[in-house]
Design a protein around this ligand. Structure first.
Ligand code: NAD
Length: 356
């Protein structure tokens, strides 16, 4: 890989001036010459507990790009874990490289050693570019990893879907006074691990589904299994429905799509749904109830955090996402602020309650 170690040293000294730097407690630049590992581990906040967040492997063009992602994503995990009611702080790791070309079990093991050297201050897991097999390699070097066969409860996406389902019910209760899904229409964009399971929950509860995915097989499967109607993925947000549930890509709510939205509720699993910080306010101005993404999609991280509790306890905790959203919706009205702003405010309140 074309990355001189002097580059990483130079970037480390400028990390504090980085636009995404937000008082991060610790930033570790890790390198292993034998395996070609270049990693940035960013620990944003540990007031609630050890920093937890996955590791992403991506062909970043340079160390600066990798640092940007690590700083931004680790801060996001602080807010997500805080709002999920978990006693974990926020952290994230990135590895520079193309997972298809540069990933080896040895490189993953070397990454695990970097994590281990932090002595439990950071707990890693799977993110974009990594697989359950990589978790095993990391697990050979550290116990501070979730999603290995030792700690694995299975794929966390059903819990994400369960949380989103409960979030949709909370949004319906708030908007219409009832969470009965009979006669309600949900436009569901993205029928992957989360989206398909969510479609099943919604169908069993009586909802009518309009589905979309770039994968035509997944669409056909949903049509067959749930008597769903289909729409082109680029038109999913325009469907006249009660709920638009984005479960594919981020940045789907933007200056173009918000005026075109056909549903009074947006509640889905996708990460980073708002393209710009002001987009939450644009939704509120249109009277659209938005379930903040990092709150409604926290079921998966809850499942990883509570890997050693009874299923019943885990499911109850995931279902609480609905209660948290209800509090957010009510406060947004009482404080005349967009729901995404209220979620951030509530996370910051929980964090500052731990200040001495
Ligand atoms: P996935 O990769 O299994 O599914 C994504 C689906 O979206 C695929 O079927 C894909 O074909 C489809 N898709 C891609 N581009 C599309 C487009 N332009 N229009 C319509 N469909 C498109 O991913 P997933 O695990 O189901 O996650 C879905 C979303 O939820 C992602 O944004 C992810 O970051 C977020 N999320 C997932 C989890 C989890 O537990 N898996 C947790 C939190 C957040």
């Amino acid at each position: 890989m074309e990355l001189a170690s002097s580059t990483s040293r130079r970037d480390e000294t400028t990390a504090f001036d980085h636009p995404e730097f937000d008082g991060h407690e610790k930033i570790v630049f890790g390198h292993d010459a034998q395996t070609g590992l270049y990693t940035v581990i960013a620990i944003h906040d540990t007031r609630l507990g050890p920093a937890m967040g996955g590791c992403r492997m991506w062909p970043y063009a340079n160390m600066q790009e990798a640092l940007t992602d690590a700083l931004r994503l680790s801060r996001g995990m602080t807010y997500k874990n805080a709002m999920a009611g978990l006693d974990y702080g926020g952290g994230k790791a990135v590895i520079i490289g193309d997972p298809k070309l540069h990933k080896t079990p040895e490189l993953m093991h070397a990454f695990g050693q970097k994590v281990d050297a932090l002595g439990g201050l950071y707990i890693t897991g799977e993110d974009v570019g990594l697989t359950p097999a990589d978790m095993e390699s990391i697990g050979g070097a550290t116990e501070h990893v979730r999603g290995t066969s030792k700690t694995h409860r299975g794929d966390p996406s059903p819990y994400t879907a369960l949380g989103v389902y409960n979030g949709i019910q909370a949004a319906l209760r708030h908007k219409f006074g009832s969470d009965d899904l009979h006669g309600r229409t949900v436009s569901l964009q993205g029928l992957g691990n989360v989206g398909f399971t969510l479609a099943r929950f919604l169908h069993h509860a009586g909802a009518d589904l309009v589905v979309s995915d770039i994968n035509e097989k997944a669409v056909q499967k949903a049509i067959d299994a749930f008597s769903a109607k289909s729409v082109n993925p680029e038109d999913a947000h325009k469907v006249e429905a009660d709920v638009f549930a984005p479960c594919a890509l981020g940045a789907g709510l933007n200056a173009v799509t918000i005026p075109e939205l056909g549903a009074p509720i947006v509640a889905g699993a996708a990460n980073n749904q708002l393209a710009e910080p002001g987009d939450g306010a644009a939704l509120a101005e249109r009277g659209i109830l938005y379930a903040p993404d990092y709150v409604i999609n926290a079921g998966g991280v809850i499942a990883l955090a509570l890997h050693d509790v009874e299923d019943e306890v885990l499911e109850t905790t995931v279902r609480n996402i609905g209660e948290t959203l209800t509090i957010i919706f009510r406060r947004a009205e009482a404080e005349s602020a967009p729901t995404d702003v209220i979620a951030d405010r509530m996370a910051e309140e929980r964090l500052s309650s731990r200040d001495v």
